[in-house]
Design a protein around this ligand. Structure first.
Ligand code: NAD
Ligand code: IPM
Ligand code: MN
Length: 353
């Protein structure tokens, strides 16, 4: 029995999650796999109505599922993003989902913005540390609203936190038959954090003598991702750099609408979501590309041991891309619901086994 919690969230998150659940259900139907899918209302609407962001019992409830599927959070009616921070970080930090897995994989040559690049050139995994760094929420404000205002946001890097994400990067590379692990930081300028990342990464690398460990400063990595993305297998970096670089990674895959991600604690309940946000200006217009959310559902299935169903979803997405059954961001003329329906049909009709 697969138990899946769904948090559609806000804006286009709601629209793309509907299609992701549709694809996931269609794939599980193919194998007759029993499942429970429960939806949770946490998001802007719920917050504005009840004042509740992430309720106190939420984490305990979520621990009762095999995995969580999330849309996106962010609504112009909540300008300080209070609910989004409580819910998104509440779950990432509260469930200690320290691996942010963000594949950078181009599924169709024609949607790559780089000249002459093909699906063979864009196929690597970016691992973003997901529980510390600048996101730890350590700091404060002083003399707020005056001319002497001070804001401090600390960059927290722990030996344990850096070590576990680095070790995951090497283990993942080995498990997937990839050869190279690259760590990216800014140790030429950010000396203390950089020193911890450098020493830890190289120490962990010694446990994996069969793999090649290398390093790029984050500015150089941004340049190399555009110049020649084919050089990467697994890239590991901190929370902030990983956030920025994975939007660049999304662009290499055809845009934010295409990028999938997982917030993972190996062996525990983990959360899957598209890389994009709630795109308020597209909300309610049936124009959002649901493929990033649908591919996140495939990552979820893979994580819970349903690799066959995950593959069904991926193939259906690839077929739609080949046949140009896509939303406008990819040059197609379909809406969110129509792309979802096309993908479901291909899952239903795929030859058995
Ligand atoms: P965004 O990802 O929501 O949208 C940026 C632009 O990317 C959009 O205007 C659109 O042109 C394009 N885009 C994104 N998703 C798309 C899709 N599925 N199909 C087609 N085009 C797509 O980023 P933003 O505008 O910076 O943020 C909007 C809100 O979302 C903010 O409140 C932000 O904090 C939030 N956000 C939430 C998450 C999350 O919940 N994980 C992630 C990123 C941003
Ligand atoms: C992401 C998003 C979030 C992040 C925002 C919404 C806080 O940009 O998941 O990439 O920075 O982690
Ligand atoms: Mn982001």
């Amino acid at each position: 029995m697969s138990r899946i919690a769904v948090i559609p969230g806000d804006g286009i998150g709601i629209e793309v999650t509907r299609e992701a659940v549709g694809a996931l259900t269609a794939a599980l139907d193919r194998s007759g796999a029993p499942r429970v899918i429960d939806e949770f209302p946490w998001g802007a609407e719920h917050y504005l109505k009840t004042g509740e962001t992430l309720p106190p019992a939420a984490l305990e409830k979520l621990r009762g599922y095999d995995a969580i599927l999330l849309g996106a959070l962010g609504d112009p009616r909540v300008p300080d993003m209070r609910h989004a921070a409580d819910i998104l970080f509440g779950i990432r930090f509260g469930l200690d989902l320290y691996v942010n897995l963000r594949p950078v994989r181009l599924l169709d040559d024609r949607i790559c913005p780089l000249k002459g690049r093909t699906t063979r050139d864009v196929d690597f995994v970016m691992l973003r540390e997901n529980t510390e760094g600048l996101y730890a929420g350590i700091g404060g404000q002083f003399r707020k609203g005056t001319a002497d205002e001070v804001a401090i946001q600390e960059d927290i890097n722990t030996r344990r936190g850096v070590e576990r994400i680095c070790r995951h990067a090497f283990a993942l590379a080995r498990a997937r038959g990839r050869r190279k692990v690259l760590m990216s930081d800014k140790s030429n300028a950010l000396r203390f954090a950089g020193d911890l990342w450098q020493r830890t990464f190289h120490e962990v690398a010694r446990e994996f003598p069969d793999l090649e460990a290398s390093h790029l400063y984050v500015d150089a990595l941004a340049m190399q991702m555009v110049r020649d993305p084919s050089q990467f297998d697994v890239v590991v970096t901190n929370n902030m750099f990983g956030d920025i670089l994975t939007d660049l990674g999304a662009a290499l895959q055809g845009g934010l609408g295409m990028a999938a991600s997982g917030n993972i604690h190996p062996g525990r309940v983990s959360m899957f979501e598209p890389v994009h946000g709630s795109a308020p200006k597209h909300a309610g217009r049936n124009v959002a590309n649901p493929m990033g959310a649908i591919l996140s559902a495939a990552l979820l299935l893979e994580h819970i041991g349903r690799a066959e169903e995950a593959r069904l979803i991926e193939s259906a997405v690839i077929d739609c891309l080949r046949e140009r059954r896509t939303t406008r961001d990819l040059g197609g003329d379909l809406g969110t619901r129509e792309v979802g329906e096309e993908i479901r049909q291909r899952i239903e009709r795929a030859p058995a086994g």
